[in-house]
Design a protein around this ligand. Sequence first.
Ligand SMILES: Cc1cc2nc3c(=O)[nH]c(=O)nc-3n(C[C@H](O)[C@H](O)[C@H](O)COP(=O)(O)OP(=O)(O)OC[C@H]3O[C@@H](n4cnc5c(N)ncnc54)[C@H](O)[C@@H]3O)c2cc1C
Length: 385
Amino acid sequence: MERTLFEEDHVLFRDLAREYNEREIAPGYAGWEADHMMPRRIWKAAGEQGLLGLAVPEEFGGAGMPDYRYRVVLDEEFARSNHLAVALAFHLQDDLVLPHLLAYGSDDLKERWLPQMVSGDKVTSVAWSEPEAGSDLRGVRTKAVRTPDGDWLLNGQKTFIGNGISGDAALVLARTDSSTGRGSGDSFSLFMVEKTDGYTTGRQLDKMGVKASDTAELFFDDVLVPAGNLVGLEGQGLKYAAEQLPQGRLAIAVASSAVARAVYEATRQYTRDRAAFGQRVADFQNSRFVLADILTEVEVTEAYVDSAVLAFNAGTLDAVSAAKAKLWASERVKSITDRCLQLHGGYGYIMEYPVAQAFLAARLLTIFGGTSEIMRDVIGRSIAA
Ligand SMILES: Cc1cc2nc3c(=O)[nH]c(=O)nc-3n(C[C@H](O)[C@H](O)[C@H](O)COP(=O)(O)OP(=O)(O)OC[C@H]3O[C@@H](n4cnc5c(N)ncnc54)[C@H](O)[C@@H]3O)c2cc1C
């Protein structure tokens, strides 16, 4: 089926994204996978190319282009070349930190952070998960207590934090009431926490895939957070996170769909090039059937995710539809990369083949940003309601 998502401007933007990807990412990516770290200069180069913070209004240095289709283009370009770690690092900043600052940040916070995020001078992360609290954020124990001067003293520990080592600041979810155990809906607040005394990073976590991005533990030991770094109102952190969830989940659905398409195309080509028993692998009936299933799934996934993107642009993407998009697209790409790997035979198991990297990258997509089980729970509750 012909895809109708994009218009002429998106096609032009694709050229920019492709050029950036080929010039700035491709030459070094394999080395960054080995180092578990991408260099900061790629953020600066992305800023110069106009690829970051597209939704930021012009008064804060952005392009004022909230049209999510540009983000889809960017993801597709990263997925096509198997540079998903870069896509996900950008997502953390553009789909999680940014929307919270735009929606709830004071003018002072916006002035201090947005222009530098757009230019790529500053890199941020989202620090919600903790060793004892991932799916259930009411279990967050990191605590912020007001000082007599009205500032905050932050103590606690986070884990799985993308851009945690390379970044300059984190959007931290912390408990601000006196509750213990599972907090209530208004027990938590959000803070922009800059690297300063008492803010340390722990070990670099050794991920299965998307290794070129850093993922780390963070520790806060009596970190003094200025009063002005509270994002929005005290006690509203979980409410804000819930309100912005559709964008975070849409982002993962878009990445999943992009990887599914890319790995299908690569596998189709591989089965044409590879021969066995005197014929192309593509010509075995099994290969045709497997690829037929996969292509159908890729197109159906694109259709749902594309309509979620348009709904997001129109301001009508609700949390349940975003959960469906994430559940469907991430589960599909997990299964699609598995079947594509099988069609590669032994080469599919060798890391230098893109399908092996895509398989490992896809395995993350049903887990972070809310697991598939949590997505089913969200959807199931809406059915029961
Ligand atoms: C590579 C990577 C990068 C990440 N990046 C970030 C980041 O940048 N910032 C950040 O804050 N977090 C990040 N995360 C954390 C991620 O969002 C969590 O891992 C995820 O939400 C799951 O939480 P958990 O690991 O604590 O699993 P748990 O919550 O302990 O879940 C364990 C299992 O129980 C299931 N389960 C839990 N609750 C229910 C339920 N109610 N019903 C049914 N089943 C349930 C889960 O689905 C899962 O299968 C990242 C994780 C990874 C692996």
